[in-house]
Design a protein around this ligand. Structure first.
Ligand code: UDP
Length: 239
C-alpha cells in the first residue's frame, strides 16, 4: 500500500545559499536539480507544497547599505534576487514534470504571476508547487519572515526550514563537540535559551500563530520525504 504523509500542506523555506551549493555565488545546477527531486518525492505522496525562496546567493540588502546607499533600495534589490531564484526553480520543476507556479509579491507580470492568496490556494489544491517570490514585498524583512507569513496564509501545518545542518543544537556543533541536537523544543524554551531558529519577526509570527517550524538538513537525501512521512528527522519547534 502507499505510505501516508503526516502533512497535507507544507511551507518549505529554501535559502538562496541552499541553491548555491559549494559555489561562491549564484545557482548551482546540480543542487537545483536535487532540490527539485526532493520536493517531487513529497508531491508524489500527495503533499501540497508552497516554497519561499531566499536571495542571499545573489544579493542581500545589507550589502548595499554598506556602500552608503539606502537600505530600502538594497532590500528591493534583494527581493528581485529572490525572483531570479524562483524563476530558475519554477523552470526546473517543469522540466522535471512537476507543475509549478511562481507568484511574486512585487508586480513583475511578464515574469511571474502576482501574489494572490486565493489563486495560490487553488494551485495548491490542484497539486501544483507554488513558489513565493520577492519576499513579503516590503523592505526591512527577510525571506524567513515571508515563510512564516505565507505559511500562515496558506494554512500550512508546518514551516520546514531547509539548512545545511541537521537541526537545532544546544550549542554550535562546530565549536562545541559536546553539543547535542534537539528532536523537539518549544517556542518558549528556544526563545529563553537564545537559540537562533529564524529571525525574531519570523519566530514571533510562527509562535503567535502556533505554526510549528522544523529545521532540517536539505543536503541529506530523502530527509524531506522522511519528515513528510513522520519519521525522525531534524528539530521541531512547537507551542
Ligand atoms: N528582502 C526584503 N523583504 C522581504 C524578503 C527579503 O527586503 O520580505 C530582501 C532583503 O534585503 C534580504 C534579501 O531580500 O537580504 C534576500 O533575502 P534573504 O536574505 O532572506 O535570503 P536568504 O538568506 O534566505 O538567502
Amino acid at each position: 500500500e502507499n505510505p501516508q504523509p503526516v502533512y497535507k500542506r507544507i511551507l518549505l523555506k529554501l535559502s538562496g545559499e541552499a541553491l548555491m551549493g559549494d559555489d561562491a555565488f549564484g545557482i548551482n545546477r546540480s543542487v537545483l536539480q536535487s532540490m527539485v527531486e526532493e520536493v517531487r518525492s513529497v508531491v508524489e505522496l500527495g503533499v501540497e507544497v508552497g516554497i519561499v525562496v531566499g536571495g542571499g546567493n545573489i544579493f542581500r540588502g545589507v550589502a548595499l547599505g554598506a556602500t552608503g546607499m539606502d537600505r530600502a533600495t538594497g532590500d528591493y534589490m534583494g527581493m528581485l534576487a529572490t525572483v531570479m531564484n524562483a524563476m530558475a526553480l519554477g523552470d526546473c520543476f517543469r522540466n522535471n514534470g512537476v507543475e509549478a507556479r511562481v507568484q511574486s509579491a512585487l508586480h513583475i507580470e511578464q515574469v511571474a504571476e502576482p501574489y494572490i492568496r486565493g489563486k495560490a490556494l487553488r494551485h495548491l489544491r490542484l497539486g501544483r508547487v507554488v513558489i513565493f517570490a520577492a519576499g513579503t514585498g516590503n523592505p526591512f524583512m527577510t525571506t524567513d519572515t515571508t515563510a512564516a507569513l505565507r505559511g500562515a496564509e496558506i494554512g500550512a501545518e508546518v514551516v520546514l526550514k531547509a539548512t545545511k545542518v541537521d537541526g537545532i543544537y544546544t550549542a554550535d556543533p562546530k565549536k562545541d563537540p559536546t553539543a547535542t541536537m534537539f528532536d523537539e523544543i518549544t517556542f518558549d524554551k528556544a526563545l529563553h535559551s537564545n537559540l537562533q531558529v529564524m529571525d525574531a519577526t519570523a519566530f514571533a509570527l510562527c509562535r503567535a500563530q502556533h505554526l510549528p517550524i522544523k529545521v532540517f538538513n536539505i543536503n541529506k537525501k530523502g530527509a524531506l520525504r522522511r519528515i513528510c512521512l513522520g519519521e525522525k528527522e531534524g528539530t521541531l519547534v512547537h507551542s
